[in-house]
Design a binder for this molecule. Structure first.
Ligand SMILES: Nc1ncnc2c1ncn2[C@@H]1O[C@H](COP(=O)(O)OP(=O)(O)O)[C@@H](O)[C@H]1O
Ligand SMILES: [Mg+2]
Length: 567
């Protein structure tokens, strides 16, 4: 055993650097956060070799006084908090006072700064935490921190750095996260002498479009909800636009990007009914909360948070996102671009010249009644191969998957009536008798009340026979026996209370499936119009119970493009 010793301060900083300064991107994050805390209006980032050679951040913020330059590089030195009370209500990005010290211990760092009160600027440099003298320097108000040769004195860590491209990718991601949360600040990012991003001060929506792409912007809904102490804003991608990868998911708490299981779970839940399989929604959401109700001091990198009232936050986020996604089909149009997937429109070759005149008069289209405001989904023109309804609305052509749409409408009806107590029952003139296993018969007897709540009245008509005497009113015309069998199976497998609570959506979706208009059934124009009107009134009718879209809008200009007309 060797004797216990107190470690030299530089070594302490180098150990701490392991937690905070994982790679160039973590340096960039700390420097950017300092500039944000300093109230900068414009920030310029300069990177060389993915940040491995140089990470430099220049701002026009408050600056650091000449006599405090050395202090800025000392461990546990901060201007942001002074007491435990301050820590508990901290609203700045930084507060631990260790980032610059840690970074300086593993790099060649220099700070040039000028406060508004100073007659000129001043600079200090440090190499592996060995501080140099403070020198006068020319500079306008603000601060430049340059970090060169990261890990030059800790070769073991240097080995963990990846290629320039990978490190740049991480830096770019950090840059995007901070820029997303601060639309009022102008940002510039240069890499190896070339400008790679340039963002002027703009609105939150413009910033989101600039960083996440016009596609995301056009295929997302805006969220703006405030209740007492909590506020959620931002944009949530439509379920139809969800992709296979989870890389478009940004959550911020008080302007700080976080990766939090509770929050991502709340969002995931809000999408759960609308999303199909493993598809990942894109979103950029900003939660505003009293800083005293959230602890950001969980980890040095501050990407984890702890809420004082986790349940309330979860509920709030879940409901806010769910409501934003829920508007009826009429308010959530799906653009044709989503179908065409950026590709060229399909051009079928007919092989024959198409004499336009031959089509004239072949299809008589009733003009939209002018009197009242035309309904959003328009009026039915006809049915295509028994699968799709074609309708004309103001924007152009609407295509509806009639089976999927009907299923969603029925499901929402069932849900609403179950929420209100029980699904209405409709007695059958002739009970539908079916053979059942003994366990089904037992389940039917034991769960009479639960079944009645679901709108089903079953009676035992023999040791291996059940009869449906009443069926859920919205489903009465459908496949009643298949429905009863599925509900019994669900109840046997999961128990009635679980089927009615935790698995309610699955259960109702299964039920709806038996009622919905089967594909290939001919519908009259009145029936089609009735379906369109119901879609307009139904929440979430933009996607079916399995998360697939129920309708598409093909606008006149989409069609003009298909025919390369007038452009
Ligand atoms: N860009 C900057 N503009 C103004 N002051 C800065 C800047 N960067 C750092 N500082 C000062 O240096 C101090 C130490 O920074 P840092 O080590 O990152 O700790 P923290 O941000 O946790 O306070 C800050 O508290 C702040 O006073
Ligand atoms: Mg800091």
């Amino acid at each position: 055993m060797t004797a216990i010793r107190v470690l030299p301060p530089v070594l302490v900083s180098q150990i701490a650097a392991g937690e905070v300064v994982e790679r160039p991107a973590s340096v960039l994050k700390e420097l950017l956060e300092n500039s944000v805390d300093a109230g900068a209006q414009a920030i310029t980032v300069t990177l060389d070799a993915g940040g491995i050679k140089r990470v430099q951040v220049e701002d026009d913020g408050a600056g650091i006084a000449r006599e405090e330059l050395a202090l800025a590089l000392a461990r546990h030195a901060t201007s942001k908090i002074a007491s435990l009370e301050d820590l508990e209500g901290v609203s700045s990005m930084g507060f631990r006072g260790e980032a610059l010290a840690s970074i300086a211990s593993v790099s060649r760092l220099s700070i040039t700064s000028r406060t508004p009160a100073a007659a000129h600027g001043a600079a200090i440099s440090a190499e592996g935490a060995q501080l140099g003298e403070v020198q006068p320097a020319a500079r306008a108000q603000g601060t430049t921190v340059a970090v060169a040769d990261l890990y030059f004195n800790t070769p073991a860590r240097r080995k963990f750095l990846r290629t320039e491209g990978t490190e740049f990718g991480h830096c770019d991601e950090v840059f995007r996260r901070i820029a997303l949360a601060r639309p009022a600040i102008a940002f510039q990012l240069k890499h190896n002498g070339r400008v790679s991003r340039m963002l002027r001060a703009q609105s939150a929506a413009e910033r989101a479009a600039a960083l996440l792409g016009e596609d995301f912007f056009n295929q997302s809904v805006s969220i703006e909800v405030e209740t007492g102490a909590l506020r959620l804003s931002g944009r949530a991608g439509t379920p139809q636009a969800a992709g296979a990868r989870a890389d478009g998911q940004y959550f911020f708490v008080n302007g700080r990007y976080v990766r939090d299981r509770l929050l991502s779970h709340a969002v995931r839940e809000a999408y759960s009914e609308l999303l199909h399989g493993e598809r990942q929604p894109a979103y950029a959401l900003f939660l505003g909360i009293d800083p005293r109700a959230v602890d950001v001091n969980v980890h040095p990198a501050k990407t984890e948070v702890r809420f004082r009232d986790a349940r309330a936050v979860h509920q709030f986020v879940y409901h806010a996102v769910q409501r934003a996604l829920a508007p009826s089909a009429a308010e959530a149009p799906v653009s044709y671009a989503a179908v065409a997937q950026g590709g060229r429109p399909i051009q079928s070759s007919f092989g024959l010249a198409q004499p336009v005149a031959a089509y004239e008069g072949a299809m008589k289209v009733e003009p939209l009644p002018r009197s009242e405001k035309a309904p959003p989904l328009g009026y039915a023109l006809g049915q295509l191969h028994g699968v799709y309804i074609l309708a004309q609305n103001e924007a152009g052509l609407v295509l509806v998957d009639m089976h999927a749409a009907h299923e969603r409408i029925v499901m929402e009806k069932l849900k609403a009536s179950l929420d209100a107590g029980a699904v209405q029952r409709q007695s059958l003139l002739v009970p539908a008798v079916f053979s059942a296993e003994a366990l089904d018969v037992a389940a039917a007897e034991e769960n009479r009340t639960a079944l009645e709540q679901l709108g089903l009245e079953l009676s035992v008509s023999g040791p291996n026979e059940l009869a449906v005497r009443a069926a859920p009113a919205p489903l009465a015309g459908g496949d009643i026996v298949g429905l009863a069998r599925d509900v019994l199976r669900e109840i046997r497998e999961y128990g009635a209370s679980q089927a009615l609570s935790g698995r309610q959506n699955e259960l109702l979706a299964t039920m709806a499936c038996h009622a919905a208009v089967r594909a290939h059934r001919a519908l009259s124009t009145e029936e089609m119009n009735a379906l369109l009107r119901e879609m307009e009134e139904t929440e979430r009718s933009g996607s079916c119970n399995h998360g697939r879209p129920t309708w598409y809008q093909l606008t006149m200009s989409d069609m003009d493009k298909l025919f390369m007309r007038g452009r």
